[in-house]
Structures are given as C-alpha cells and as structure tokens.
Design a protein around this ligand. Structure first.
Ligand SMILES: Nc1ncnc2c1ncn2[C@@H]1O[C@H](COP(=O)(O)OP(=O)(O)OP(=O)(O)O)[C@@H](O)[C@H]1O
Ligand SMILES: [Mg+2]
Length: 382
C-alpha cells in the first residue's frame, strides 16, 4: 500500500470514523471537500472497490494501524466509542471528613453557578486543593472529570486519539472533550507539571470556545455548565527554590486565560484541629491531647518554614498520615518518626526535637554518643 501523508492519514481516519467500514465515492468526495482536502484518490482506488461506487475503508485502515507498529495493543473490552470510558457517575461523593475553609465557599459558588469561569488554585502541597475542588463538586452535585497532568500529557491524552479496539482503529474522545460535552467541571490537577507546548490545545478551551478535533473533523461546543479548575503548587512560574521539581514555567497567554487565581494556604490551627478531629473519630482514636499537640507542632514548623528556619513543611496530608500511623501503632513518637522519615536527617532531627518540646510525655535520649543515628526515641507512655 502506498504510504499516506499526514493529511491523507487524518482524512482516512476521519472518514472511517464517520462512515464505518464502507463509503460511496460521492460520500468520500464530499467529505474530503468539507474537510478542505483535495480529491481523495487514495481512498477511491480500485484495489478497495467492493462493488460499483462502494469503497472499503476498513481494508485501508487496518494495514495502516499495522504499519504504525502498534506494540501489543491494550485490550479494551467495555469502553464505548464515544465516551472513552467515562461511564460511571461523575459526581463525587460528599466526604464527611471534609472541612471547608479559606476560599472553599467561593470555589463552591463558582462551581455551583455553572458559569464558565476558569479557576487556578495554587498553594503548597497537601493543603486540600484537589480535595476541596472535588468536595465543592460533590456539594453542588456537579460532575467532575479529573486529569492529572505530567510532563508527558499531550493532545492525544486530553482531546483523544485513535486506539486499536478488537483489531479496528477507533477514535476515543479524551477527558477534555467529554467534560465539554457533558457540561462537567474539568479538574486539571497539578497543571504546572505539564509541558506547556504539549497542552496548548487547551488554549481555545480556556476561552470557553468550541474545539475542532482535527483528527475527526468534528467541532465540539462546550455544553452549559462546562468549566475548568486547575490546581498547582506554583503560579506557573516554575519553582525557584527547587521544592517542586518538575514544575514548568507556563505560557503567559495560557495563564492569562484564568480569570481568578486562588491562593490556598494551610488551614488555621483551629480548622486543622477540626479536620484532625474528624480523622481521629473516624479512626476511633481517643487522644485529643495528641491531636492538639500535633496541630500546634505543624503550626510552629510552618511559621519557621516561612521565616526560612527549616526547608520542609508539615502538610495537612502528613498530619493525616500520622493519625493513621497512630491508629495502628498507638505510639505518638513512633507515628511521627515514621511519617517524617521522608525528610533528610537534619530536618527529621529538628522536627522530632520540636515535637519533644511541645510534648513532655515523649522522651528522647542519646544512647550512643558517636552514632550518626544518635537517638532512640522512647515511645510515649500515657
Ligand atoms: N479541608 C479539608 N478537610 C479535610 N481533610 C483535608 C482538608 N484539606 C486537606 N485534607 C487532608 O489532606 C489530604 C491532602 O489533600 P489534597 O490531596 O487535596 O492536597 P493538595 O493541596 O491537592 O496537595 P498537592 O498539592 O500535593 O496535590 C486530603 O486527602 C485530606 O486527608
Ligand atoms: Mg492535589
């Protein structure tokens, strides 16, 4: 088979998507004209003539997919062609552990309004950005499609692409198109990890306009209710201090398309105590003294971090990790130790020292003078 150029390949795929296995000469001719392409000689070739005026598209598309050397296609069994797999209920469940704070009401109001009004939520890790958006959707009973961005995320992942299903090449719509069609909230999670050049396809979508899917020739208009919420650790200018490795400098024009940037900070100690209280109750932990001390400890660490005194921070997420460790080990210091092990030795030492200053019940003793480990932490006994 003659090698097709890019336009011809797209046209063939699009024709196949529209007409299925066969199409008439007239249909193919008109279709090419509609797509702004020249007369499609390659499709209307005698090798593919089934009967008078009818041409086989299937036979043309199959060798194509083989020539692309598709390695072991993933078996897709129950995906519907249109949906690309989004069949489940897309309204998240209301989580009883969620505690709204800060800009939560504003975010919920925007989502509830069903207006197209993209939000960019930025803030340090583990302070409830993603959780907050999901819960705002749950509370306003709005469907949400979450896409987690990586440096590899591209148009094919977002808009859709051709997949081999049971030996046939079919176009599957991606999450962005699906959210547009459903009028759902598109949650672009950790968008600053994306390679800006690869996600430029989002540009017209962030303007609330329709999107022309080049691969199929289809024009998709956003249904009422469609909007975009992005979350990120940075404001799209990269991470100078290197805390957020992998974040990229986003395109200015891209950022400009978000009318509102929400800066989300960690919850205040009183809110964080409410959050942890729910987690403790859920885990059946009855130690409100530990709860208070944990929150105070995190608060002091955060203040020290903002003053430049330490390089790391304790997030709300980490406090939840510690609560879970405590429900298993029933040991204050061990739970803290285990959950701060991810930090470097100096940070670990200063975080645990700090905790011992807050909680006189835990004892830290040096047992080996020259040991680099240096310290044995005695479990809290109380
Ligand atoms: N408002 C809240 N109410 C209850 N729990 C919360 C709240 N905020 C954060 N948490 C806890 O912290 C965890 C982390 O939240 P989330 O994943 O939303 O953080 P994030 O800000 O998106 O972090 P990252 O920037 O790393 O993606 C949640 O799973 C939850 O346990
Ligand atoms: Mg997140």
């Amino acid at each position: 088979m003659k090698t097709l150029n890019e336009n011809q390949t797209k046209l063939l795929n699009a024709a196949y998507n529209k007409f299925g296995n066969t199409a008439s000469k007239r249909e193919l001719q008109d279709f090419a004209t509609d797509m702004g392409q020249p007369y499609p000689h390659f499709m209307i070739h005698r090798d593919y003539r089934i009967k008078r005026n009818v041409y086989d598209l299937n036979a043309q598309i199959l060798p194509l997919s083989k020539s692309k050397k598709v390695v072991e296609p993933t078996k897709v069994i129950s995906l519907s062609m249109d949906s690309g797999g989004f069949k489940e209920n897309l309204i998240p469940e209301v989580d009883p552990l969620y505690v709204p704070f800060g800009n939560a009401k504003m975010i919920r109001d925007v989502i509830k309004s069903k207006m197209f009004y993209p939000l960019y939520i930025t803030g340090l890790s583990g302070n409830g950005k993603t959780f907050g958006v999901e819960q705002a959707c749950a509370q306003s009973k709005r469907e949400v499609i979450r896409v987690n961005f990586t440096v590899e995320t591209d148009e094919d992942d977002l808009i859709g692409g051709f997949r081999l299903v049971n030996g046939e090449t079919k176009f599957f719509k991606g999450p962005v198109i699906k959210a547009m069609e459903l009028g759902a909230v598109l949650l672009c999670d950790e968008i600053d990890l994306a390679n800006p050049a690869k996600v430029m396809c989002l540009q017209p979508i962030l303007e609330g306009k329709g999107y022309f899917i080049k691969k199929t020739g289809e024009y998709v208009r956003p249904a009422a209710g469609f909007t975009v919420v992005a979350t990120a650790n940075t404001k799209g200018k990269g991470s100078e201090d290197g805390r957020f490795i992998g974040t990229n400098v986003m395109n200015e024009a891209f950022l400009e398309r978000f009318p509102i940037t929400v800066e989300q900070s960690y919850p205040s100690p009183s809110v964080e105590k409410n959050i942890l209280q729910k987690v403790f109750t859920n885990l059946d932990i009855k130690d409100s003294e530990f709860l208070d001390k944990l929150v105070d400890w995190a608060d002091i660490i955060r203040k020290t971090f903002y003053d430049g005194g330490v390089d790391e921070i304790i997030s709300t997420r980490r406090l939840v990790h510690i609560a879970k460790a405590y429900s298993i080990f029933n040991d204050r210091m061990q739970s803290i130790q285990m959950c701060i092990n991810r930090f470097d030795d100096d940070t670990k030492a200063s975080f645990s020292d700090l905790y011992t200053k807050i909680d006189a019940g835990v004892v830290v003793e040096d047992v080996t003078e020259n040991s680099s480990e240096g310290k044995v932490i005695h479990p809290y006994k109380g």
